[in-house]
Design a protein around this ligand. Sequence first.
Ligand SMILES: [Zn+2]
Length: 500
Amino acid sequence: MNVQKTCEQFRTYLDRIKALQNASSLLHWDAATGAPRKAVDDRSKTIGILAAEIFSLATSEDMHTYLTTLEPSVSELDPITAALVRECRKDYDKMTKIPADEYKAYSELCAKSMSVWEDAKEASDFSMFAPLLEKIVDYNRKFVQYRGHEGHPYNTLLDDYEPGITVEKLDAFFGVLREKIVPLVKKIAQSTKQIRTDFTSRSFSVEQQKAFSLYVLEKIGYDLDAGMLKESAHPFTLGFSPNDIRITTHYYPENFTSAIFSTVHEAGHAIYEQNVDQDLAGTLLSEGTSMGIHESQSRFYENILGRSLGFWKYFYPKLQELFSEQLKDVSIEQLHEAVNHSTPSLIRIEADELTYSLHVMVRYEIEKALLEGQIQVKDLPSIWNQKMEEYLGITPKNDKEGVLQDVHWSDGMFGYFPSYALGNAYGAQFVHSMKKELDLEKLVTEGQFEPIKTWLRENIHRHGKMLSPNEIIQKVTGEDLNPLYFTQYLEEKYTQLYGL
Ligand SMILES: [Zn+2]
């Protein structure tokens, strides 16, 4: 066997998969950013055919042969091909260990379940959705058995989004968050500090908001020659290669801060992928290494930079120039306080930086118990409400603003939520290291975002998927995940903001 030749054939084979993925992604992008409404059925059919093609290439006899041929000589391969073999093996095992007919039935169940969930949410009636969710949970428990697991069964699902993370690590992680954040939230609730937010609901023209978003994007280092900004119902980032990473945002005339922070959040995701090494372009390694590391970058730009006083010292003059009437009686400090205003709320996606991770904790505890078989699907509304009361001190009045609010479970996505909270913690841990080399506050206040981006590129972005999340954290910070950097950051920030 000629390893070199097999390598080349393997890479060409992967190019085919990547091309089909790109075509499919472009259809999704088109659908979300303005394709004709009547095209939905035709487009769904095309997407379905592409997905089946991708699946068959990724699980084919050819793929099996490439993997078994290259794996014994993995130490002789170039590092990129070796990493590709490792990643393809993971995907191959994941897709082939579950019997094809069961997986097909499950996919159909999820497709149906999404629309049932929508109706149930609209009617605020969990009992409409519960029978399907029960089946989805059963399938997931069964799939974990097919796929195998080390330690807790939930570990297998967690690993899909955050390689290396386990229930053991997350129990400790959320334990710290619970211990530190819950009392802080209570303290703020008792604080007498008045934060002015009246001006955030004044009317801001969408055109001007767009101009400001583009202005910020360019300044913070999103490369508009390797990306674009469009509008969609829910903001997202879509990447093809470092040379084409697109983002969307959503403008609300009566809530101008929403688009600013969505745009900056998605820019954080996009800057990550735009700065992956060009050597990895066109391969499946040209992505963020995990959901959690990805969120660490988006939340770094959105919260740690975007909600800092320095950021607004730099950007406020431009904002005031565009909205001189709406902001004539608002100082920088008032704006900074308004965008950091914290209060327990029911909806995760609207939660502030402080309380956000508690929403994730509720979902983590429920998913873990479901996978263990410790709790029943039918009891979820009351379990949900109890946990909200315990951690946030508020109880949803109905299922719509409680257990039915998120789409993830209807699509079988168990194990995804913790990444959001991990992202917050990774971000703060990276910043602790960054500050040893850079005067972050000074740079942001002066609008010097290039050295920050360079630091992130050198330490995190350029590696793409070549390094695992834990390898990156170890390399950058010299230790494993440590949530204390995040809780310290929150304590300092909110103590100051609320004068606690
Ligand atoms: Zn995100």
